[in-house]
Design a protein around this ligand. Structure first.
Ligand code: PXG
Ligand code: PLP
Length: 445
């Protein structure tokens, strides 16, 4: 590693006390990949190498890096009001941000609860769902339904409804009363689908089966990512989300869309709910809400959910839940700056113009070595490569490292490359991104 890439007072990162999240700590510290600076579509390494950002950091930097209106809003906020307690007190930016967000939300979803991450948004939404039913005299609705391959963050609730085995297995019994629908991934029928796969809409009937197993009156909520991203990009089959909505309506079950990644223009609409024309009762989000600049998340909900809590004496706290940093002033400032960029540059709908070009580029990789599936929607694409026999994930990791060496950052989950660049990407950069993937795949045996 280049000398300048190391923190000045350390000869090596090998014994660093930093316990890195979701990382191969020992391998990384022996051969670190460090980022020192960023601007627009690019990261720069400590030794000054330019790296195209193929996955918007971790799917969050939708407007591109270090955008001036966001940077300036944060600088001003931190020098004005560093912190304000959010319980029984307030500050103007939180109310202003909520006011500015409300008109952007899917129709009928208009109340906003602030958190600090996607994981907190998910656990907040699950708690809200259970409490909502209790408020209305249906305290027996306590079960939560997730789906295999779902990712809903890493807190206890989100891990429990999540469906990624590796994220669940070492953490004990998680949360009681959770069940899962099957995932919708069916490569035998749907491999190389462009956009929504044709087969699998009927898998939503799994929800009906779980209703019959547990009795629908015991189920509080169902949570799904409209497009499941983290576990490898699984686009919902045609008709699937509509069917989930119908079943939830039939049985009085709340439908939660986890739009931590799907929201903020990723599909060419502000929210996936808009894109699919299916209205959930709650939406969880984070990431692009502040362009990744300052940690923040939010839960958006229908008026009826909010109203269910606004009962009882006015001198009592309506909902005993919240975080020290809910609606943090600096996060709200970052959010306001982010919305300005999104609106000034039309970024929440720009993907509509790029999606076809993106899809063609992604599917042009079909003839590359070991490619077994390509999936896409909006400005998201997954290129799945066959696992090396007896070494799942090895090809994926090698692809990730070689791409970084060639000046492209892209996220790899096991043997699936997940691409989701900032929404400001130009066609030439789309070409560059897929050309690098092609070049790298040629060298990964
Ligand atoms: N729900 C969904 C749908 C997510 O994608 C979370 C919840 C949790 O958000 P926080 O802010 O607590 O991380 C996420 C986060 C990846 C990757 O590489 C994806 C996420 C996080 C880290 C890596 O796919 N998604
Ligand atoms: N643990 C302790 C001991 C606390 O005092 C608090 C908050 O006051 C928390 C956890 C929760 O922290 P946060 O509000 O940042 O989620």
């Amino acid at each position: 590693m280049n000398e300048r890439a190391r923190p000045e007072n350390l000869a090596t990162l090998e014994n660093s006390p930093f316990f890195m999240p979701f990382s191969m700590n020992r391998a990384f510290k022996k051969a670190p990949r460090l980022l020192a600076r960023a601007e627009g579509m690019y990261y720069y390494t400590p030794d000054g190498r330019k790296v195209l950002d193929g996955t918007s950091g971790l799917w969050c930097v939708n407007a591109g890096h270090c955008r001036k209106p966001i940077v300036e809003a944060v600088q001003k906020a931190v020098a004005t009001l560093d912190y304000a307690p959010p319980f029984q007190m307030g500050h103007p930016a939180a109310f202003e941000f909520a006011e500015r967000l409300a008109p952007l939300l899917p129709k009928g979803v208009n109340r906003i609860f602030f958190t600090n991450s996607g994981s907190e948004s998910v656990d907040t939404a699950l708690k809200l769902a259970i409490a909502y039913h209790r408020q209305r005299g249906e305290g027996q609705r306590v079960r939560l339904i997730g789906r295999e391959k779902g990712y809903h963050g890493v807190n206890f609730g989100g891990t429990a409804v999540g469906g990624i085995v590796g994220n669940r297995k070492i953490f004990g019994a998680l949360v009681a009363g959770v069940d899962h629908m099957r995932h919708t991934h069916d490569p035998a029928k749907n491999a190389f689908s462009r956009g929504q796969p044709a087969h699998g809409g009927e898998l939503a009937e799994d929800l009906e089966r779980l209703c019959q197993l547990h009795d629908p009156s015991t189920i509080a909520a169902v949570i799904v990512e409209p497009v499941a991203c983290s576990a490898g990009v699984y686009v919902p089959p045609v008709g699937y989300l509509q069917k989930l909505r119908e079943i939830c309506d039939r049985h009085g079950i709340l439908l939660i869309f986890d739009e931590v990644i799907n929201a903020w223009g990723r599909l060419g609409k502000p929210f996936a709910a808009d894109y699919f024309g299916v209205m959930p009762d709650l939406i969880t989000t984070a990431k692009g809400i502040t362009n990744g600049t300052v940690p923040m998340g939010a839960v958006f909900m229908k008026e009826s959910l909010y109203e269910a809590f606004m009962t009882g004496p006015e001198n009592a706290i309506e909902m005993p839940h919240g975080y020290t940093y809910s609606g943090h002033p600096i996060a709200c400032a970052a959010g306001l700056g982010t919305l300005k960029v999104y609106e000034d540059e039309g970024l929440l709908t720009r993907v509509g113009e790029l999606a076809k070009y993106w899809e063609d580029g992604a599917h042009s990789l079909k003839d590359c070595p070991n490619v077994i599936d390509i999936r896409n929607l909006g400005l998201i694409a997954a290129i799945e490569i066959a696992p090396r026999p007896g070494a799942a994930g090895a090809r994926g990791l090698e692809t990730h490292i070689k791409a970084f060496e060639k000046g492209t950052y892209m996220r790899v989950t096991a043997d699936t490359i997940a691409l989701a660049p900032p929404l400001i990407i130009q066609k030439t950069e789309i070409d560059q991104l897929f050309a690098t993937v092609r070049e790298v795949l040629k060298t990964v045996a």
